[in-house]
Design a protein around this ligand. Structure first.
Ligand code: CIR
Length: 268
């Protein structure tokens, strides 16, 4: 196991938002995202990733309004990609549509065995552990299957009950470094991060919890000044992103990319 493999990446896979993103799933209604603004915000995110590694941007898939949230259809770990089985019926076909790109970009692609469901948004990888949150999208059979695959890749699986009001486990947390997790107070209070240092999202800034550490930067959703101050004080270098349109369809920073390291680099 390489220290830092959970946040050191050489490659990124993204998918352009489709015009149909206006039909994206969302809990509790709310306005449609503006497709043009979404595309601009997505371009900013991709541009930032381009400064950190090789980025492949896949074409939009109009048949799948949520396909910009590419993280839910696959998981990259230890130089492999695992093709998942997303839990929302309208998203099920995204995984097969992604497969050729996974084969091109990552190489080794493993099918999630069985018929359980897992959304990538429910999986948080540290260097040697996989937190897998059971949720409305990820079921017991999916947990068992993924835990088994990941154990062959050197990860111990930790089963977490995601509180029912949280869509995905990572809606409410993100990895800051090999030992440190940023989390909402509500999720941390479940005790699921035992053994890790936890930094809690400031009250009122719970939406900042879905941050991502990418190499030496921490990507944070704009509009969370207390979070930025807190993390800067702790020595993290912050990059802010306006993701107002993704947020309208329950999307965040983690779900708009698959992040991995090419095996040949020896980083992973
Ligand atoms: C969905 O409900 O599936 C999408 N509208 C949002 C998915 C966000 N994905 C994530 O947080 N991993």
């Amino acid at each position: 196991m390489t220290e830092g493999r959970s946040y050191r990446f050489t490659h990124f896979l993204c998918r352009e938002p489709a015009r149909s993103v206006t039909d994206g799933l969302r809990e509790g209604g709310g306005p449609n995202p503006d497709a043009d603004l979404f595309a601009r915000q997505h371009s900013d995110y991709v541009a930032a990733l381009r400064q950190l590694g090789d980025v492949t941007v896949l074409p939009p898939l109009d048949a799948f309004p949520d396909s910009v949230f590419i993280e839910d259809a696959a998981l990259c770990a230890a130089g492999c990609a695992i093709q998942l089985r997303p839990g929302a019926p309208s998203r099920f076909g995204e995984a097969a549509a992604l497969r050729p790109a996974l084969e091109d970009a990552v190489g080794d692609v493993i099918d999630l065995p069985g018929d359980g469901r897992v959304d990538g948004g429910d999986v948080l990888l540290s260097d040697n552990e996989a937190f897998i949150g059971l949720s409305a999208r990820t079921d017991e059979a999916g947990f068992d299957a993924l835990a088994n695959v990941l154990s062959n890749l050197g990860y111990r699986a930790r089963r977490v009950e995601t509180p029912p009001e949280i869509l995905h486990f990572k809606t409410d947390c993100g990895l800051l470094d090999s030992e440190t997790i940023f989390s909402t107070r509500a999720l941390a209070a479940t005790g699921c991060f035992e053994g890790y240092r936890v930094i809690e999202a400031p009250a009122g800034e719970e939406a900042a919890a879905n941050l991502i550490r990418v190499n030496d930067l921490v990507f944070v959703a704009a509009g969370h000044p207390k979070t930025c101050d807190l993390l800067s004080t702790r020595g993290y270098e912050i990059r802010e992103f306006d993701i107002s349109e993704a947020a309208k369809v329950d999307g965040g920073l983690s779900c708009m990319s698959l992040r991995f390291s090419a095996r040949t680099t020896g980083v992973d």
